[in-house]
Design a protein around this ligand. Structure first.
Ligand SMILES: [Zn+2]
Length: 71
């Protein structure tokens, strides 16, 4: 029985089309790795069903904007 490892963020297979495995295990990409790090850091995605990396990336940008509120 073969278990295919999948990315916990986007559920994509960690095995690429050319047969090699992601270098960002257990994530499929650096982007998902960062998304997971952010999720853990923010703590507000502890329980969430379908994580959307696109949305996470958006919120990451918004969080960066918020550090800039000087005026
Ligand atoms: Zn992924």
């Amino acid at each position: 029985m073969v278990r295919t490892a999948t990315c916990p963020i986007c559920q994509k297979s960690l095995t690429k089309a050319d047969g090699t495995t992601s270098e960002h295990i257990p994530f499929c990409s650096k982007r998902c790795q960062q998304a997971d790090l952010y999720r853990w850091f923010a703590g507000k995605y502890a329980i969430v069903e379908d994580l959307d990396p696109e949305r996470l990336a958006q919120e990451m940008f918004q969080a960066e904007d918020q550090t800039d509120t000087g005026e």
